[in-house]
Write a protein that binds this ligand. Structure first.
Ligand SMILES: NC(=O)c1ccc[n+]([C@@H]2O[C@H](COP(=O)([O-])OP(=O)(O)OC[C@H]3O[C@@H](n4cnc5c(N)ncnc54)[C@H](OP(=O)(O)O)[C@@H]3O)[C@@H](O)[C@H]2O)c1
Length: 328
């Protein structure tokens, strides 16, 4: 039987999420890829339990993670049942709805009908009574924002979610969502944006809104899906996300120019005594609005290396300037 390491809170660092009582580990584990029905269960189980043994208390899911859709949550549910059930109160578990999930008019976007049914399904798959955070996964241009926010507020009132968040919302949409929720007596706890050295859109207005409104940022694809590691330095490595054909927007990201930049960043990381992915994760957290990076590690070996970033999270002004120079 799994017994969590009793030194699990010894090394990890935790950050407060905006204006709230909630602390996140600076690194979280995400289930988008690598934890689906097509993946080896024991590898998933090892990654999750060792993550928990090392102080990672936050696990990020969504209804359609897999493949197939739903199977990321099912894998998580199996691990919950087998291993982590006694530790539920020590864990932050999030899920989302907003992308295509099932056929017909009620399985996509942002209606209250979809979000409410989807959360109930997610809880069944994950074998949970409630999630800690329920997110709307992406803005819906057709549904009134009031309805989508009402669906999030209802999840809280029904006792199915403790906190709510949005993902992929622009600065303007986030401010509107926050104001609507405020009117319902609910604080928008968290925004989940993409953020990495190769994807800096949050710096252009979103982080100002988050700072002003006391909303935390939990950042996804912090290694630009693996581009901020050495694996693409000499072409597409066998077995990698790009080789598997699941690298999102591969053509615009895995370019010669970006590989050259990654090589220069790697040299700077070496000077700092860190691996490239470790420096890339530390860099995201050099912004105070960033609360946690969601690692999409494929196995424990990768996650273990990534966790090592907490040993050196500080940057000198000169290092930050050199990084900006490389990324220009
Ligand atoms: N809200 C949203 O719309 C949204 C969208 C995307 C993701 N997310 C969340 O964010 C999480 C992370 O996203 P992501 O998977 O794109 O993040 P990521 O950490 O940028 O990329 C993960 C990939 O990087 C590679 N990797 C990670 N650590 C490595 C290491 N130490 N050495 C070598 N390679 C390493 C692996 O690639 P290989 O498989 O090639 O080895 C892994 O599959 C997701 O699981 C999900 O929870 C949310």
């Amino acid at each position: 039987m799994y017994q969590a390491d009793n030194k699990r809170y010894g090394q990890m660092k935790y950050r407060r999420c905006g204006r709230s009582g909630l602390l996140f580990p600076v690194i979280s584990l995400g289930f988008w890829q690598n934890f689906g029905g097509i993946n080896e269960f024991e590898t998933c189980r090892e990654t999750v339990t060792k993550a928990f043994d090392n102080g990672i208390t936050h696990f990020d899911l969504a209804n359609n993670y897999g493949p197939p859709y739903g199977s990321g949550e099912e894998t998580f549910g199996r691990i919950m049942e087998k291993d982590l059930k006694p530790y539920r109160d020590e864990m932050l578990i999030s899920t989302k709805a907003g992308y295509d999930m099932w056929e017909g008019p009620y399985g996509n976007w942002g209606s209250k009908k979809y979000l409410t049914a989807s959360l109930d399904q997610s809880l069944k798959r994950m074998k949970l009574d409630y999630v800690d955070i329920f997110y709307h996964h992406r803005p819906d241009p057709e549904t009134p924002l009031e309805e989508t926010m009402d669906a999030l507020a209802c999840a809280v009132r029904r006792g199915k979610a403790l906190y709510v968040g949005v993902s992929n919302y622009s600065a303007e949409e986030t401010k509107k969502a926050c104001d609507i929720l405020k009117g319902m007596g609910i604080h928008l706890l968290v925004h989940q944006p993409s953020y990495s050295m190769f994807d800096r859109w949050v710096e252009d207005g979103l982080y100002d809104v988050l700072g002003a409104e006391g909303i935390g940022a939990v950042c996804f694809s912090p290694l630009a899906q693996g581009l901020l590691t050495k694996k693409y330095f000499n072409g597409i490595t066998a077995g990698s996300r790009a080789a598997r054909g699941t690298f999102h927007k591969q053509d615009s990201l895995i370019t010669e120019e970006n590989i050259e930049k990654a090589k220069k960043l790697h040299e700077l990381a070496q000077e700092r005594g860190q691996a490239l992915p470790q420096m890339a994760l530390s860099w995201i957290l050099s912004r105070k609005e960033s609360v946690s990076v969601i690692s999409g590690a494929r196995n424990w070996e990768q996650l273990k290396e990534n966790i090592g970033f907490i040993e050196k999270m500080e940057f000198t002004e000169d290092e930050l300037r050199r990084i900006d120079e490389i990324l220009k």
